[in-house]
Write a protein that binds this ligand. Sequence first.
Ligand code: BGC
Length: 743
Amino acid sequence: MTRRLATAVAAVVAMVVAGAGALAPVPGTAGAAQAAAGPCAAWMDRGKTADQRADALVAAMDLPQKLHMLTFDDPPWFLYYGTAGHVGATPELCIPDLVLSDAGSGVAGLQIATTTFPSGVAQASTWDPVLQRRLGRAIGKEAHQKGINVMLAPGMNIARTSFGGRNFEYFGEDPHLAARTAVSVIRGIQDNPVLADAKHFAVNNQETDRMTVDARVGERAMREIYLPAFEAAVKEARVGSVMCAYNRVNGPYACQNDALLTKVLRDDWGFDGFVVSDWGAVHSTARSAMAGLDLEMNAVESPLPTGGIYGAGNRFFGADHLRAALRSGALTRARLDDMVRNIVRPMFEHGLFDRPVRPGLLPFIRDVSSPAHLSLARRVAAEGTVLLKNRSALLPLDRAGGRTSAVIGWAANPVGAANATAGGGSSHGSGLPPRVVSPLQGILAQAARNGDRVVYVEGSTGLDARLAAAAADVAVVVATDGATEGSDRPDLGLRPSVCLTVFCSAIPIEQERMIEAATAANPRTVVVLDVGGPVRMPWLAKAGAVLVPWYGGLEHGNALADVLYGVREPGGRLPQTFPTAERQVPFTRAQYPGKAGRATYSEGLLVGYRWFDAKRKEPMFPFGYGLGYTRFRYSGLAVRRDGAGAVVSFRVTNTGGRAGADVPQVYVAAPAGRGEPPRQLKGFRKVRLAAGRSTQVRVRLDRRAFARWDSRRDRWAVDPGRYGVLVGPHSRDLRLRDSVRMG
Ligand code: BGC
């Protein structure tokens, strides 16, 4: 802990020192405007296509200029305005800086004065592509204002196990939901002259041994479960960059994995952006380059110890290494040109040349958050909050006034909340200036408006929690876990941690006893779980209500108070199954975390709810589940063939007494005997309806919704037969059923 703290402080100091000399924009970036008529005219002409411009530029580059584009510049890692890495401008060619920063819940790393939005898992929980795109757009805008033009986001690995330390950054356990979320967020980021980065490619589903573990996964599970979000990112969202992962995939390291980087990514999907390595994920020069890696990134040349969360190693794409590889013939000139072209092409396509960033001390210290972004963060936080239980309609609290509420828990106070509203690691951010709205602050503000009283206790002795809850009309107990990059969760318990910048350490604060005590003392207790994934709930039967806001970002407290008081509905639906206990999904050691360096994905397609359905097991809370404050009726399902796919339509009616949103979900059940899981999510829609109103919902299913990966023929195939089409509010309540013949 001490060493990590010292590291982080040193990083901040060093960064400010490095930045101090550069108040003015760096040379080169200003050159873009005058370039159109100068020596760069051939590729600065906006009338040409990105391909034409990239070709013209590469043709004009000499070897040193090309080599320069393929690896990170000094100063590296956080010393360059708090960013994760950069490739310096080439002013004589009008090539702007390429400045890379984390990550999915906002501009993070050591950046200051940006908006921290809810984490990836909360974003996926909204099931709302329109909102996700707005969120991506806001993140991209802040990035550009900060002098950053590659956002190292979104992360889209699949939550294969509940223990995954970085699941909070990702979009849950289902490939369709992850793909839809990824496409929206990427489009939003790239609505700015900023490239998104689809990471971590691929099968990077655990933090245990993350630098070395060999994920052994069959082709069918790979194509149907682990790759679809990346595929959609490439084909639909035209993501500008893809980050290859630390781990190995079926043998080779991901960053020198020809099967992934060339066969799948380029040949099958037509990716025409660049592949960047995760930081320190490169293990070779020519082999990686020939396999499909374009740009190497690392933190290793930093003078600072990196707290163990980054990879170590050498610089493999330094000019000397690349020249030697060219000389030996292990790397071809054609491939080298391709690498450069892959980098500059998306830069042209997405406006990075035409609207270059201006990194410098001024943008570094500039506050790029805004009231509009904070209110968006508040909205996303409420829309991503999942209500799991609501006994006797305890929520929303009435607004009659005169109530005493007990707010309980370390995570509810401003210090705890600062550590409970974002997960740990590279996506965490500096947390500066400290401006998280804690649950206590949010509830105090709403209570004042409604004429309620609030008492607060920290709760960890249990006794204080019990007394405070017993004396109150309503108790709100807030607990957190401390999921972080670099390590998996040891169990599904509530273990908080404290973070200083991106470095986090566990702290011994007892929370289960607190929840037990409060729920035992007062049945009108709302348990709020600021967590990165499923947690065990031995106290569930006693709780009056349970809310999961995940890591809710800066506006967490306000959003929570909105939800408690019914100013907003909790709009979230689970993107991940909550098992009853750690061992309910019986992974062997060979499966997870792996044996002899290998994690064997022998469960195949049976990930998340697919496993629960196939094994007929009852989880604690199923995939897709979440309550609102009103009720919906589903009726009139009709399914008809439409070209190679189908159109599903049905009616949803708000039969409750207040306006609300619901997420009807469409699952497809393949004919038996084809080896597919019992049913799989293939469509959904978020509908908002006033009390008593109804709407006709139409969901189009394309051919792929019915296809499986045929490993023998190496392509998608639709088996002829009848496919079930099931519609309902979550994966275990599919009230409407019909079928359609395909193939
Ligand atoms: C993480 C990446 C991150 C990179 C740069 C790595 O440790 O795995 O997700 O983008 O660092 O900070």
